[in-house]
Design a protein around this ligand. Structure first.
Ligand SMILES: Nc1nc2c(ncn2[C@@H]2O[C@H](COP(=O)(O)OP(=O)(O)OP(=O)(O)O)[C@@H](O)[C@H]2O)c(=O)[nH]1
Length: 398
């Protein structure tokens, strides 16, 4: 009897356990209710993030030519062309008159350099102490020792022979002398026209953080405002964000960007950009380069190679060096290194707004023997002004 009872109990346990497992398996097969079903069940409304639709990822990139750079020993790097995708393009402001519009941005240079000098010079007969103060004012504004001595000598000679005692005359003399120092007859045009139908090729070089990428973007706007067709080459491949940043600048004015993979060969990007510029009959190709100032030899290799490789397609018509005006002597040291590495043909001085060091315009021209062609006077898209000696001095003395 006991044995029979035990057998019955055992069968009962097996049946109950089997039913339980069956229930679990069937629930598993049906799947648990989704969060939304649970909401309906519980009549609670909870926001759940939409699940992404599966499908092909469109990154907006197009395949471009694969470039072999055997002769230079450069690794072949695949570049892509990012056509502008934004439908609405902006109409950039024409470059003429920008310096006048932005002259108030030179306020700090104005008060320390222009107004400081005027108040000293307009005060009648000047003592040696006054002249020393004039010298200090010029040096503090980063004019540089040589140009300061030259200016003071010229002013002394003119003021003593002409015997000036009124402010207006002092202003006129100072204006003339400052304009002479800045160089009114230097060729400050952007050399952006290629020969024999080839595009103009502008290489933009400089240390990262000086405003190089911003400058390339703004130059594109200047050229678009002049009704030129433009192509950008994102040869700063060391920081992915630099290419993205450049592409955004281009998109705003309907200008495409040729870019390579992060860490790819900058020379390949330059090569492809110019190649495409030739094929499409583009007026100007602007190439943003990387400015890692790690070692002079490294920089020389990199920039030298970009230029050499690009010139297999078309001559470089301009090499613009971007210098941050707020860095003073440091900026001049950078300028020296870059000019030893590449043939710099023009300077862009950024961040001239809000610095008291407006005299750097003179110092950098003397240092490199090349003209300042553009100045950055703010963070706005069209705050890059073609440099003009007279307008600059007038803004200082306003
Ligand atoms: N106030 C002022 N800011 C400027 C000017 N030009 C550039 N900047 C700012 O300087 C910062 C650096 O500019 P970038 O163009 O990123 O500098 P970069 O040299 O290309 O540096 P990387 O992209 O790191 O290579 C940005 O915040 C710009 O808005 C200028 O003329 N005035």
């Amino acid at each position: 009897m006991t044995t029979e009872l035990l057998i019955i109990l055992l069968i009962a346990v097996v049946v109950v356990a089997g039913a339980g497992i069956g229930l679990l398996v069937s629930r598993k097969n049906r799947g648990l209710p989704s969060p939304r079903d649970l909401d309906q069940i519980t009549e609670r409304t909870i926001d759940h993030p939409e699940e992404p639709e599966p499908g092909p990822v469109d990154d907006g990139l197009l395949e471009d030519d694969f470039v072999e750079l055997d002769e230079t020993g450069a690794p072949a790097t695949e570049t892509t062309v990012d056509e502008p995708t934004a439908p609405a393009v902006e109409a950039p402001e024409p470059p003429q008159g920008r310096m006048m519009r932005l002259r108030a941005r030179l306020a700090r240079s104005q008060s320390s350099l222009g107004k400081g000098l005027l108040s000293l010079l307009g005060g009648g007969k000047l003592s040696d102490d006054d002249w020393e103060e004039i010298e200090d004012t010029l040096l503090a504004a980063d004019v540089g020792v040589g140009p300061t001595t030259e200016l003071v000598e010229n002013l002394r000679a003119r003021l003593s022979t002409e015997g000036v005692s009124d402010t207006d005359r002092a202003r006129t003399i100072l204006r003339e002398e400052l304009i002479g120092l800045v160089g009114p007859s230097l060729d400050r045009t952007l050399h952006s026209t290629g020969d024999d139908g080839a595009p103009g090729v502008v290489l933009v070089v400089g240390v990262n953080g000086t405003g190089k990428t911003t400058t390339v973007g703004r130059l594109a706007r200047v050229l678009v405002a002049e009704e030129k067709t433009v192509l950008l080459g994102a040869a700063d491949t060391f920081r992915a964000a630099a290419a993205d940043q450049l592409e955004t600048w281009g998109e705003r004015v309907g200008v495409p960007t040729v870019r390579g993979p992060e860490g790819g060969d900058p020379a390949s990007v330059g090569f492809d950009a110019v190649k495409r510029g030739i094929t499409e009959g583009t007026d100007v190709v602007l190439v943003d380069t990387a400015g890692r100032l790690h070692t002079k030899a490294g920089l020389m290799d990199e920039l030298g190679k970009v230029k050499r490789v690009v010139e297999k397609q078309a001559p470089v018509t301009e090499v613009l060096l971007v210098i941050d005006a707020t860095t003073g002597q440091n900026g001049l040291t950078q300028a020296r290194v870059f000019s030893e590495v590449v043939d710099v043909t023009g300077v862009v001085l950024t961040k001239l707004d809000g610095t008291a060091k407006g005299g750097i315009v003179v110092a950098v021209q003397r240092e490199l023997g090349v003209p300042v062609k553009f100045v950055g006077l703010g963070e706005g898209a069209d705050d890059l002004a073609p440099f003009d000696a007279e307008e600059f001095v007038d803004a200082l003395l306003a």
